[in-house]
Design a protein around this ligand. Structure first.
Ligand SMILES: [Zn+2]
Length: 294
């Protein structure tokens, strides 16, 4: 038997929730009813992100960059098949925190490569709690059901004191699926508004925690890429390359960051929000959002 303690660190006050909504176009947000995202933007910021030149505007590489804090040159995810990756060297923050830092972490969603050993995955290798909820078929309607179940699961986990994850990632995929099937029309717009309702449930679960007054929460909402009008992405057009990040929480004052944020900054900010100094060997490419560390 090893004598190394496997006890978890006490949680302390700081906690982070990252909500990833796949394929939400920034340019359409002003005309949509997204009160929960609007609240986060008003408390903190909502800023454009440009997918960098080296990164395909595809879900696999963009989400890998977002949750590892390093670019494709390091994590090696170049498509929606994640094979050939170096995620063992550059793990996602839920895995890094659970293994290197003995923190409670949680990841939930319905897209296989993020959570299962399929298509070269999983991106989330070893969070403390992992909830994969499969869509019953590959259609927008089935993905809406999936997202609702993911949100209910996350609402349950986030609201309780026993799991009490310090860092969580919740993935919603119906918006992207809708654009691929139906383009960026009415159905797509309604799907974004539904995702915002799920976001609202998660924020409420956090803020209704009995211990909330004794906690310091950071909430980050992020999308991975945009979409062409007819649906689809992967190219270099402005519509495809434009993503966004919204955040509120400890150290984030209202207003846009001094410098435009990057996808790599999400994981870097998660560590900063938990008061964890990244090991130089992690070679993070991102930095915390202003004013933390900028
Ligand atoms: Zn995507």
């Amino acid at each position: 038997m090893s004598t190394v303690s496997t006890a978890l660190w006490p949680a302390g006050r700081r906690r982070v929730l990252v909500v990833g909504i796949d394929g939400v176009r920034l340019d359409l947000l002003p005309e949509l009813h997204t009160p929960h995202l609007d609240s986060i933007a008003a408390e903190g910021f909502l800023a454009p992100v440009q997918v960098d030149d080296a990164t395909p505007t595809m879900s696999g590489p963009c989400w890998a960059t977002i949750v590892t804090g390093v670019g494709v040159a390091k994590h090696g995810v170049l498509g929606n098949h994640l094979g050939g990756n170096r995620l063992d060297v550059f793990p996602d923050f839920t895995t890094r925190l659970a293994t290197a830092h003995r923190r409670r972490t949680f990841a939930a969603g319905g897209w296989e490569p993020l959570f299962l050993a399929r298509s070269g995955g999983p991106l989330f290798a070893a969070p403390g709690r992992l909830s994969y909820i499969a869509p019953l078929e590959d259609t927008p309607a089935a993905w809406e059901v999936c997202d609702a179940r993911v949100a209910a699961e996350a609402e349950y986990v986030l609201g309780r004191s026993d799991d009490d994850p310090q860092a969580s990632f919740v993935y919603l995929g119906a918006v992207d699926e809708t654009a691929h099937f139906l383009g960026c029309g009415e159905e797509y717009r309604r799907s974004i508004e539904t995702a915002d309702q799920h976001l609202g449930r998660l924020v409420a679960a956090v803020r209704n925690r009995p211990t909330y007054a004794d906690e310091d929460w950071t909430i980050i909402v992020v999308t991975d890429h945009g979409h062409l009008d007819q649906g689809g992405h992967g190219g270099r057009s402005t519509l495809e390359r434009t993503a966004w990040i919204a955040a509120t929480g400890l150290g984030i004052t209202p207003g846009a960051p001094v410098e435009p944020p990057h996808h790599t900054d999400v994981a870097a900010h998660v560590y900063a929000a938990l008061d964890i100094t990244p090991d130089p060997h992690w070679t993070l490419d991102g930095r915390p959002f202003t004013p933390l560390g900028r």
